[in-house]
Write a protein that binds this ligand. Sequence first.
Ligand SMILES: NC(=O)c1ccc[n+]([C@@H]2O[C@H](COP(=O)([O-])OP(=O)(O)OC[C@H]3O[C@@H](n4cnc5c(N)ncnc54)[C@H](O)[C@@H]3O)[C@@H](O)[C@H]2O)c1
Length: 319
Amino acid sequence: MKRILVTGAAGQIGSDLVPALRAKYGNENVVAAAHATPLPAHVRGSGPHATVDVGEPAALRRALREHRVDTLYHLGSILSVLAEKQRHLSWRVNFEGLHNVLEASVEHDLKCVVVPSSIAAFGPETPADDTPNDTIQRPTTSYGISKVFGELMGNYYHRALGLDVRGVRLPGIVSWATEPTAGTTDYAVAIFYGAILNERYACYLEPDTRLPMMYMPDAIGALMQVAEAEGSALRHRADFNVGAMSFTPAELADSLRKRIPAFRMEYEVDPVRQAIADSWPNSLDDSAAREEWGWKPRYDMEAMVDDMLVHLKRKLRPD
Ligand SMILES: NC(=O)c1ccc[n+]([C@@H]2O[C@H](COP(=O)([O-])OP(=O)(O)OC[C@H]3O[C@@H](n4cnc5c(N)ncnc54)[C@H](O)[C@@H]3O)[C@@H](O)[C@H]2O)c1
């Protein structure tokens, strides 16, 4: 049985990933490691937890040793919008923190380390439609540069040191359990809160900004599936494109209006987030992930909208 530790477990993805890992590998075998953000009750109450700042190598090593960890999901991160504002914090967590994680993983002879990358690893020179897995990247954000760093370092640690680092380039993630923090694609979650609570939402991206997106159950599936994939079948490691759906704010608003006819979308464009979004792909070619480890998403936009509304209405209006 695996012994897993998840860094950044209190985040948007961690708070869904930890329960999924616990359901598969046993509650006692999955350690939820948080820093600064408190763990949500359903994560804290259902298995072991720890406090781990990935900027502190000693704390990281201690947690790996004390919990006899053999598999690490490294989600601790500063996302795109905050990373642009807080360069030093971004350096400490997204660059130094990743380096600390890789070094500690080598020292503790871990079997597998999963490091999510992002569509932010691409830039304005990348072909925007059906972006190939292997193409020009040259991101223009601090966060994006850290994601390319993560991919290259992951591949390097595998090749040079035999550490099995794996990763997928996640698109914008839509989910209902925990709200996103500081991402460029957060509008695609916030719009549901606006629609359910006030029947309106002011979007910070232009109506026709097309971005790749994914519903959380598929993101969890991608992270767990790539970790379980047969190593000998992999030609890529830390840099798989994974696609699911692509839509614009206007298309998502139309889809919501079909279910909530009074819903109104306004646009108050934020130039910082718009510029980041404009540098990212419109859609991804994920044939490498499909061929090498059988990637297949389950949710398209309409199925995602239906499911989000069911769960969020229950969460926001329990009676
Ligand atoms: N959410 C998305 O849309 C999305 C898209 C693509 C990739 N990703 C990637 O997935 C991973 C998880 O993202 P998320 O959406 O859950 O982010 P999030 O911001 O919701 O969570 C990240 C967590 O990292 C923690 N953290 C911050 N500094 C830390 C430190 N020094 N040590 C340990 N933990 C620290 C934060 O407290 C937070 O709980 C990140 O690598 C992110 O880049 C996310």
